[in-house]
Design a protein around this ligand. Sequence first.
Ligand code: NI
Ligand code: MN
Length: 222
Amino acid sequence: MHLTWFGHACVLLSGTKKVLIDPFVDEGSIAGIDPDLVLVTHGHFDHLGETIHLKKPTVAIGELAHYLQAKGVPAEGMNIGGTLDICGVRVTMTQALHSSRIDDPAMTGSTGAAAGFVVRMDGVSVYHAGDTGLFSDMKLIGELYHPDVALLPIGGRYTMGTREAMMAAQFVGAKTVVPIHYNTWEKITADAGEFKMAIERTTDLTVKILQPGESLEIPSGA
Ligand code: NI
Ligand code: MN
């Protein structure tokens, strides 16, 4: 499986299927990707992104899925703790310590909780934490789903910063950690190099710092 980071929280998993998570890019567009499946962690604009424009099979928490259906998106609802087999991909929704809203004046109802995802495809397990603060039940995500890769926000202010993400990486225990949700804007500035050095000095985990558009090969059964 290939993992490509497009910046911010937007990640494409390419294997048997193409799974696009949080299709938002600050500059440019991801319109050329043509994913089989879109996963949206929560309603904030920097995660919902181009979901409505893409109109692909989409998985989100029930309330957000309901909103997307009304916008013509073939969305499937699920909720935290549940697992859904869809398009040949196994998707588990995980908790996230965060809020959610949709930037649409017509949207008056609940947009549901913020979430994360574990995606299993081609014998590889990937944890995308979404926007979240640190929580110790990340240990359970590690124990239950054995992620090969953990995508963790490190930008601070709206999510974990590097200090909390270091502990998150150890809780999850994925061999490879990819920092996300940082340096998109000044308010979420983080030093990924320092994060990498600190983790690799104190644990046997590896931090892969990707540039927007850069990919990582994840061997199956790693
Ligand atoms: Ni958010
Ligand atoms: Mn965000």
